[in-house]
Design a binder for this molecule. Structure first.
Ligand code: GDP
Ligand code: MG
Length: 180
């Protein structure tokens, strides 16, 4: 792992995935007390902010969320541009949302045009892990997908029960710091 220089970071973080998988819930769980800013509601996106310390570095993140009608987002998503890190969320009790991971990945790479393109280090988030009796997507299946596309980090989480939510966002932040 690259050694991080101690300094102040400003990161742009994008959270994508199918409607209903829990993107907004995860962000609210993490940011909670912070004011949520509406931004350009016509393109259906908003961001909230969070500042934390990681290994002695001050890290500020602008966390972008899509506001409704996610399925139309791939038509033109200018807010993907300049992202330092991107989390793709699916719902572990919804197979369709898992099968859409590739589409979200592709949309981000083409619309966000990150410099590292195919090497862009996505973080994959399996949300709703609290629904133990309804979980359809096993860790091994997601890890196979991650290996196929780029050795992405996979984290199982629950916005509802606050499982691994901090880990999700800190991993995203560290990934963004590494790319700056
Ligand atoms: P978004 O469309 O991806 O932003 O999803 P939302 O955050 O609006 O959540 C969609 C629905 O799933 C809401 O009814 C949430 O209460 C619910 N939800 C979100 N996260 C979880 C979770 O971790 N566990 C469970 N059981 N429900 C969740
Ligand atoms: Mg939402």
């Amino acid at each position: 792992e690259k050694k991080l220089k101690k300094r102040k970071y400003f990161l742009k973080m994008i959270i994508i995935g199918d409607s209903g998988v829990g993107k907004t819930s995860l962000i609210h769980r993490y940011v909670s007390t912070r004011f949520i800013q509406e931004f350009k509601p016509t393109i259906g996106a908003e961001f909230s902010t969070k500042e934390i310390e990681i290994d002695g570095n001050l890290v500020g993140a602008q966390i972008w969320d899509t506001a409704g009608e996610e399925r139309y987002q791939s038509l033109g998503v200018s807010f993907y541009r300049g992202a330092d890190c991107c989390g793709i969320v699916f719902d572990r009790s919804n197979r369709d949302s898992f099968e859409k991971l590739s589409q979200w990945r592709k949309a981000f790479i083409s619309q966000g045009a990150p410099e590292d393109q195919e090497e862009f280090p996505f973080i994959i988030i399996g949300n709703k892990s609290d629904l133990t009796n309804e979980v359809l997507i096993k860790r091994s299946e997601v890890e196979d997908w991650c290996t196929q596309y780029g050795n992405y980090v996979y984290i199982e989480a629950s916005a509802k029960d606050n499982i691994s939510v901090e880990e999700v966002f800190e991993t995203l932040m560290k990934t963004g710091m590494d790319r700056q």
